[in-house]
Design a protein around this ligand. Structure first.
Ligand SMILES: Nc1ncnc2c1ncn2[C@@H]1O[C@H](COP(=O)(O)OP(=O)(O)OP(=O)(O)O)[C@@H](O)[C@H]1O
Ligand SMILES: [Mg+2]
Length: 229
């Protein structure tokens, strides 16, 4: 599979706040080369998560283009975009979006249920291996009782189940100690460098930012120094 690169142009994302439209994101141009990693940095509320949702096709912008390889995902209908996302994107949500009553392995296998994949022994083994790689304890209990850092690693394992060509991670080291963060950082970097995946990460973590190939800073939904045309 060709490594997917990202091109974003003339993007505006609007929200409605107390009946008034406000522009949360206005980005003239942004890209990530195929097989590279990009950090999205900036203060809380600057639009990092909003940008990740938009490039994942989870949030439709008011204007603009989001092109992965040669595919402008905004031209797809909702069902086609969902199917593209399931095949191509591993998304690690800032608040994980795990099902607390399910066990970690059941959570990791959730995308397989959505994709109506048969959950065979190989897939189950892969889920178990990912959890082991990320040192998630296997006690057979519900995910909801795990620590925040452990749940973060379950979310990471789930995002990597199908080894997607695009990995979008929203503050993936925010709840981790230095040791656990280092192993997550290694996994993300390896995916980009060795396996030609494109990795985009929203983060405040200097240890993560300095390991990624490039970084852009957002302020009030804009990239300072770059004005929208
Ligand atoms: N669904 C929504 N409706 C209205 N406003 C929203 C919505 N989602 C985000 N916003 C606003 O858009 C702005 C950007 O939010 P976003 O969550 O992208 O910031 P962030 O950079 O990820 O912050 P943090 O570092 O705290 O996670 C904020 O002002 C936020 O309040
Ligand atoms: Mg955020």
């Amino acid at each position: 599979m060709r490594a997917p690169g990202l091109r974003v142009s003339k993007l505006d994302v609007e929200f409605i706040d107390r009946g008034k439209i406000f522009t949360a994101l206005s980005i003239d141009a942004l890209g990530a080369a195929p097989g590279s990693s990009l950090a999205l940095t900036g203060p809380s509320g600057s639009g990092k998560s909003t940008l990740l949702y938009t490039i994942a096709g989870l949030l439709p912008p008011a204007n603009g283009r989001v092109v992965w390889n040669d595919l402008d995902i905004l031209t797809l209908g909702e069902a086609a975009r969902d199917s593209w996302r399931r095949q191509c994107v591993g998304f690690i949500f800032q608040d994980f979006e795990l099902l607390p009553e399910l066990t970690p392995i059941q959570n990791v296998l959730v995308p397989a249920t959505f994709a109506s994949f048969r959950i065979d022994a190989t897939l189950r083994r892969r889920a178990r291996d990912l959890l082991e790689d990320f040192s998630v304890p296997e006690r057979g209990g519900p995910t909801g009782v795990l620590s925040r850092g452990e749940r973060q690693r379950v979310a990471l394992a789930r995002a990597l189940l199908f080894d997607p060509p695009i990995i979008l991670a929203d503050e993936p080291t925010a709840s981790l100690d230095a040791h656990a963060a280092a192993s997550v950082i290694r996994v993300l970097i390896d995916r980009a460098r060795k396996e030609g995946r494109t990795v985009v990460v929203a983060t405040h973590d200097p240890a993560l930012i300095e390991r990624l190939d490039a970084s852009v800073r957002l302020e009030h939904g804009r990239m300072p120094g770059k004005t929208a045309a």
